[in-house]
Design a protein around this ligand. Structure first.
Ligand code: HEM
Length: 404
C-alpha cells in the first residue's frame, strides 16, 4: 500500500532567501520529523541514504536540462544541439560513459599534476610579494582554465577565450536565464565551432590530449560521433571550471579560519587528500542536484507521480548525523568512515571529473599552505547568493606575510 506524495503531510522548508547555514539547519530540523520534505521547487531528500538511493535509482532522471524551461525560457529554434551527458539517461548515457570513462581515470589525470603545480605556483608568484590579495579573482578564477585547456589540448593563447566562454555559458545557473540566454547562446556557438575545428585537426594529427583519446575511444566498433565529441569537450569545460574555482575558494575560506590545520597541511603532504575530502564534505561548492520521476515511482512506500521534481541535497547528506560523527566539526584529519562525501554526486551521473578535481585541489592546497603559511581573512568574505547552483565566496580578501 503506497501513498501519493501529493497527499502526504510533510514538513515544509521555504528555501527562498535562506543562507547556506540556515538551509542546513532547516533541513536538519525537518529531517528529524520526516525523510521527505516539501519545498517550493518540489520535494527534497536530505538524509545520506535517501540522497544516495534517489541518485542511484535509474527511474529518477536528471532534471538539469529542464532548468531553462523551469525559468520560462522556450527552446530556441534552429538545429537541435547534442544533449549534454548530464541530461542523458538510459542506454544512451551508459554508452557514452563507457566510451568516455577510461579517459578520466586517476592515472590519466595524475599526468597533469606537475602542470597543476606550475599553474598554482605562477598564480602565487603574482601576489606573494604584496602580502594580500583578493583570493577569488587572483587565484581561484584563473586556476582551472589552463588545466582544462591542457587536458583538452588547447594552446595557452586561447586560455582567455575559454575563460570568457565558460563565464557566459555558466550564466545558465544564475537564475536569470531569460535575460542571459543571448549571451549563453553566442558563447555556445563560438565554442562549438572552435571545438569542431580542433576535432578535425586531431583526427589528422592525434596528440597526447583528452580530445585525441576521446576520438580514439572505441568499444566493439562503436565510436563517439563528432557531435558527441563536441558535447563532451564542452561538458568538461562547463562542468570542470566553475566547480573547481568555487571549491578552491570554499576550501581556503574554511582553512583560513583554522591556522593549526593550515600549518599541518603545509608540513605534511599526506594530509592533502583527507583535507580535500573534508573540505568537500564540510563546504561543497555543489550543494544539491535535481531529478524528476520519469514514470510513477514507488519509493519507501510513497508514490511519486510522473514528472514530480525531487531535489537531492548533497550538503545535507554530508552533514547527516546518522553517518558523520559531529558533522558540524571541520577536521582535515577526520578518519575516513564507511561513507564517502557526496559532493561529487552518486549513481550514473557521478562526477566524471572527480579525479581531476581532487588532483587540482590536492596540488593547490599544500602549495598555498607552504607559500602563505600565515594566510588569514582580511576583510569581509562575500558569498554568492544561496540560490546559485555552483556556490562559494564571491570575494575572499586575504593577507599573509609577503615573501619574494
Ligand atoms: C570540485 C569540483 C567539482 C564538483 C564539486 C563536481 C560535482 C559534480 C556533481 C555533483 C555531478 C553530478 C550532477 C548530478 O548528478 O546531477 C557532476 C557531474 C559531472 N562532472 Fe563534476 N564536479 C567537479 C569538477 C569536475 C571537473 C573538473 C570535471 C571535468 C573534467 C567535471 C565533469 C563532470 C561531468 C562531465 C559530469 C557529468 C557526468 C554524467 O552526467 O555522467 N566535474 N559533477
Amino acid at each position: 500500500m503506497t501513498t501519493s506524495v501529493t497527499e502526504m503531510d510533510l514538513p515544509e522548508v521555504d528555501l527562498v532567501g535562506l543562507g547556506r547555514d540556515e538551509m542546513l539547519r532547516a533541513f536538519a530540523e525537518a529531517a528529524e520529523q520526516s525523510w521527505l520534505i516539501r519545498t517550493p521547487l518540489g520535494y527534497a531528500v536530505t538524509r545520506y541514504h535517501d540522497v544516495n538511493a534517489v541518485l542511484r535509482d535509474r527511474r529518477f532522471h536528471s532534471a538539469i536540462s529542464l532548468i531553462p524551461e523551469m525559468a520560462g525560457v522556450e527552446r530556441s529554434p534552429g538545429p537541435r544541439r547534442q544533449q549534454s551527458i548530464l541530461a542523458m539517461e538510459g542506454d544512451e548515457h551508459t554508452r557514452l560513459r563507457r566510451l568516455a570513462s577510461p579517459t578520466f581515470t586517476p592515472r590519466a589525470t595524475d599526468k597533469l599534476r606537475p602542470f597543476m603545480r606550475e599553474v598554482i605556483n605562477e598564480l602565487v608568484d603574482s601576489v606573494v610579494a604584496e602580502g594580500a590579495c583578493e583570493f577569488v579573482a587572483d587565484i581561484c578564477e584563473p586556476y582551472p582554465i589552463p588545466v582544462i585547456c591542457e587536458l583538452l589540448g588547447a594552446p595557452k593563447s586561447d586560455w582567455r577565450r575559454f575563460s570568457k566562454w565558460a563565464v557566459d555559458i555558466f550564466r545558465i545557473f544564475n537564475n536569470d536565464v531569460a535575460n542571459d540566454m543571448p549571451a549563453i547562446q553566442e558563447a555556445m556557438a563560438e565554442l562549438d565551432s572552435y571545438v569542431g575545428a580542433m576535432i578535425e585537426k586531431r583526427r589528422h594529427a592525434p596528440a597526447d590530449d583528452l580530445l585525441s583519446r576521446l576520438i580514439a575511444a572505441e568499444e566493439e566498433g562503436d565510436r563517439l560521433s563528432t557531435a558527441e565529441l563536441v558535447m563532451m569537450a564542452e561538458a568538461v569545460l562547463m562542468a570542470g571550471t566553475d566547480t573547481t574555482r568555487n571549491q578552491l575558494a570554499c576550501c581556503v575560506a574554511l582553512l583560513a579560519g583554522k591556522p593549526d590545520q593550515w600549518r599541518a597541511l603545509a608540513q605534511d603532504p599526506e594530509l592533502a587528500a583527507p583535507a580535500v575530502e573534508e573540505c568537500l564534505r564540510h563546504l561543497g561548492a555543489v550543494r544539491g542536484t535535481i531529478r524528476f520521476a520519469s514514470d510513477d515511482i514507488d519509493y519507501r512506500g510513497v508514490t511519486f507521480p510522473k514528472g514530480t521534481l525531487v531535489m537531492a541535497s548533497l550538503a545535507a547528506a554530508n552533514h547527516d548525523p546518522e553517518v558523520w560523527f559531529d558533522p558540524g566539526r571541520f577536521d582535515i584529519a577526520r578518519q575516513a568512515g564507511a561513507a564517502s562525501q557526496m559532493t561529487f554526486g552518486s549513481g550514473i551521473h557521478f562526477c566524471l571529473g572527480a579525479s581531476l578535481a581532487r588532483a587540482e585541489l590536492q596540488e593547490a592546497l599544500p602549495v598555498l599552505a607552504r607559500r602563505m603559511p600565515d594566510l588569514r581573512v582580511d576583510g569581509e568574505v562575500e558569498w554568492k547568493p544561496p540560490t546559485v547552483g555552483i556556490w562559494g565566496p564571491s570575494r575572499l580578501p586575504v593577507a599573509f606575510t609577503p615573501t619574494r
